[in-house]
Design a protein around this ligand. Structure first.
Ligand code: 26Q
Length: 823
């Protein structure tokens, strides 16, 4: 072995130190004396990247040589979070690196915090994709994550006078050491134009698409290394570029600005992530984004396939493409087009390959969140795809006619085209017919899909439907976020749980061990203190980590998630104190965090309400610090990591039947928080696992919600018959929390009193009673600790490793492929 190689791969402290200084000098062009903190971070990132490159290349080589089946995860969003800490853990070199940088006079945690995360997603769906990439690598499953390299990710949030303000996320500003552009794998994507038919040299009827513009897709690859394994998969994100830097023809005619304009236009496609976690009506650029990344990815897969195979006959045997919601579902039509128009396949065989390749995951039950595109927009951007969709539909409706000969209403219900008013393409229908498997993301969610949203499709092909309850990766959400808990668990049961999370069960007997309970409580205190320090620094609010219950509600701000129900509880407690300042009350710190879609007025008003109530409660001398309300600004992966470990109570209080699964609920409970929650999404399964005596349940059930709605729900009845509730609502509307503008919260109050779509008033009393039980339980520290231990011990099945094993077995038919480090 030559010395150079050692400097790039060695993992002893001396070599790491030398490599770190080398990278600082040769990659960043700095001496330590003049380096900034970011220079040091970059130098360390390169040092770590060097150490995973061998594994990455070997993994890719192994896949290429062995004809293995590869999972292609298609997702418009990835929220992978900061990479440095995670890679150190997966390489198992945290301690050596800590020492190495310390010997250079630096602190590892400071450097880790320096990293700007790629915020290439909105919330749950994007983060799920990231957890799944981690698990696939850890389980040695060959995988490629395909997506979009947004130049601006989800906006940064600032809070000004209690309001959300959006700031552009310039995450690439200081460079990204984790990605490598692969310009040699650039592909071209067409848009717009028209189609024409012709007869080819064999006199076969053919169609071709003549787009009126093309865009280049350049892949940027990020390695995703598994935990203590040699597998490093690829996250391949596409950036849009103009085909030529100059349109010379236009330039010669003198249209200089027109030429440059065209360039900016193409490059717009991957400029910015849409910050909504629900579809927005008819934005052409969004459809362009979806088609762009899907077309790039399918072309890339075909190129990879043809590198070792003669034709595409067995494409579906060597690739499993998972559609992360309907956002990439145009892939069904695009693969059909590529197979037929470019690779000469007949319809029947192309369709067989397509269905075999794709599977579809649904992430929503809200009917208004089902993606659809108006025919006009769709046809002008993707004329050939619209034709293909019509033909898929024609054949599909023919089957429907034979299946339900006497029921014409079935045709319009199943049609891929919504013709009830303005005409739309229904993307979920396209995904369902084009896939061999369809899944929901929690038991209840899948059940409701079968009964409700996709009922017809379930009746038609029940065998396509399965449930795949979400999971989260214990590497990021325990080992990295909560070193104190990690150490405590490992001291009792060893560290095998990190890859076999069911083994947390072995903690159960210790729940009755007084010494262990003490250690657990101390550990919780320690992580709560850590969060308290951050809150002090970030928000200037002093909170008490020792006696106060940390009651945490972090997630996107949405009416169905009911952050404002939590606020009604806070005001209720505040009123109790005001009426009786000496009341014996369990001190609580209410912690919120989350972004609102910039155009979602009500969600932004909820943020303002939280901060306004905080202003009053935090500063009222009668409260004597027993209640504190904190809104952590700019909630993202980085800022969330210190939050989950510090929770005593996890708020999972969505209206039953609205939250598909939730994944934050899992992160909290795994870290020993108790949950207050409705029977919604994965809460149902969490409660089954941890035991009903260790879970605070309240509220209407999903069927009761729909029942009450169909019987004509009247929120006013709840308001007028409940004195405490009435007082709270009246205080909000009278301007108690908005003295400078008493009508400020009128839209919110009106929405509750006159519509209350999400049944807050119906669930109010049940929620308050349940919170009272929480407070009583918290007084018994010892038993609370026991329940906390049992939560962690029984949450093992919510590992994303378990979820990925299920996808591999039931949907993808993919096997693990071990990668050797030597070649
Ligand atoms: C679609 C079209 C146009 C613009 C935006 C969108 C869009 C973008 C993001 C639609 C939906 C999303 C994100 C949805 C999401 O995050 N859903 C969550 O997925 C989690 C993982 O399965 C679940 O745990 C959550 O319950 C679900 O809300």
């Amino acid at each position: 072995q030559i010395q150079i190689e050692d400097d790039r791969t060695g993992i002893d402290v001396q070599t790491l130190k030398r490599a770190f200084s080398d990278n600082l000098f040769y990659a960043l062009g700095k001496f330590p004396e003049i380096a900034t903190k970011n220079d040091f971070y970059m130098a360390l990132a390169y040092t770590v990247r060097d150490r995973l490159l061998r594994r990455w290349l070997n993994s890719q080589e192994t896949y290429l040589k062995q004809d293995v089946k590869i999972v292609c995860y298609f997702s418009a969003e990835y929220l992978i979070g900061p990479q440095l800490g995670k890679n150190l853990i997966n390489l198992a070199i945290v301690e050596q690196v800590r020492q190495a940088v310390e010997e250079c006079g630096l602190n590892l945690d400071d450097l880790i915090e320096q990293e700007e995360e790629p915020g290439l997603g909105n919330g749950g769906l994007g983060r799920l994709a990231a957890c799944y990439m981690d698990s696939m690598a850890t389980l040695n499953i060959p995988a490629i994550g395909y997506g979009i390299r947004y130049e601006f990710g989800i906006f940064d949030q600032e809070i000004c006078e209690g309001w959300q303000v959006e700031i552009t996320d310039k995450w690439l500003r200081y460079g990204n050491p984790w990605e490598i552009p692969r310009t040699e794998a650039t592909v071209e994507v067409g848009l717009g134009g028209y189609t024409e038919s012709f007869y080819d040299e064999n006199n076969r009827y053919r169609v071709r698409w003549l787009p009126d513009r093309t865009v280049k897709g350049v892949p940027y690859d990020t390695p995703i290394l598994g935990y203590k394994t040699n597998t490093a998969n690829t996250l391949r994100l596409w950036k849009a570029e103009a085909p030529e830097s100059f349109n010379f023809q236009a330039f010669n005619v003198g249209d200089y600005y027109g030429a440059v304009n065209e360039k900016t236009y193409s490059e717009n496609i991957t400029k910015v992530l849409y910050p909504n976690d629900e579809p927005i009506q008819g934005k052409q650029l969004r459809l362009e984004q979806q088609f762009f990344f899907v077309s790039c990815s399918l072309q890339d897969m075909i190129r990879l396939h043809l590198a070792t195979q003669e034709n595409l006959d067995n494409f579906g045997e060597l690739f499993a493409a998972q559609l992360n919601d309907t956002h990439p579902s145009i892939g069904v039509a695009e693969l059909m087009r590529l197979l037929m128009d470019v690779h000469d396949y007949e319809w029947e065989q192309a369709w067989e390959i397509t269905q075999k390749t794709f599977a579809y995951t649904n992430h929503t039950l809200l009917p208004e969140a089902l993606e659809k595109w108006s025919l006009g927009l769709f046809g002008s951007l993707l004329p050939r795809h619209l034709e293909i969709i019509y033909e898929i539909n024609r054949r599909f409706l023919h089957e429907i006619r034979t299946h339900y000969p006497n029921d014409v209403s079935k045709l319009s219900n199943f049609s891929l085209i919504d013709e009830t008013g303005e005409k739309y393409v229904r993307m979920a229908h396209l995904a369902c017919v084009g896939s061999h498997a369809i899944n929901g993301v929690a038991d209840l969610h899948t059940q409701l899909l079968k009964q409700d949203v996709l009922r017809g499709f379930y009746e038609l092909f029940p065998e396509k439907f399965t449930n795949k309850t979400n999971g989260v990766t214990p590497r990021r959400w325990i080992v990295l976020s909560n070193p104190e808990l990690t150490e405590l668990i490992t001291s009792k049961i060893g560290d095998n749980w990190i890859t076999h999370l069911e083994e947390l069960q072995q903690l159960e007997p210790f729940a009755d061990d007084p010494n262990f309970r003490n250690a657990w409580r101390q550990m919780k205190q320690q992580v709560k203190t850590r969060l308290a320090r951050r809150i002090e620094k970030r928000c200037g609010i002093t909170v008490d980590p020792n006696y106060s219950l940390f009651d945490i509600h972090v997630k996107r701000i949405h009416e169905y998630k009911r952050q404002h129900l939590n606020v009604l509880h806070i005001i209720t407690l505040y009123n109790r104190i005001k009426k009786n300042p000496n009341i014996d009350i369990v001190p609580r710190t209410f912690i919120f965090g989350g972004k609102a879609a910039p155009s979602y007025f009500m969600a932004k008003l909820i943020i303002k309400l939280i901060n306004s109530v905080g202003e009053v409660v935090n500063n009222d001398p009668d409260v004597r610090g027993r209640l504190k309300v904190v809104f952590i600004p700019d909630y993202n992966v980085t800022n969330s990591q210190p939050v989950y470990p510090a929770a005593d109570l996890s708020e999972q209080i969505s209206t039953a039947g609205k939250e598909a699964s939730g994944t934050g609920n899992m992160k909290f409970s795994l870290n020993g928080a108790l949950t207050i929650g409705t029977l919604d999404g994965a809460n149902v399964e969490i409660r089954q696992q941890v035991g009903e005596e260790n879970f605070f349940l309240f509220g209407l059930k999903a069927e009761e919600v729909s029942q009450m709605k169909s019987q004509g729900y009247n929120p006013w009845e709840f308001y007028s018959s409940n004195e405490a509730l009435r007082e709270v609502i009246d205080q909000i509307s009278s301007g108690l929390f908005s003295p400078e503008e008493s009508n400020l919260f009128k839209p919110l109050v009106d929405s509750l009193l006159y519509h209350d779509e999400y049944m807050l008033l119906a669930d109010y009393q049940s929620y308050i009673d349940c919170q009272d039980r929480v407070s009583e339980a918290f007084r018994d520290w010892d038993n609370w600790t026991r329940m906390s231990i049992l939560n962690t011990a029984r949450m093992g099945i919510f590992s994303s490793d378990r979820a990925i094993r299920e996808y591999c077995q039931d949907i993808w038919n993919v096997q693990a492929v071990p990668v050797k480090l030597e070649d």
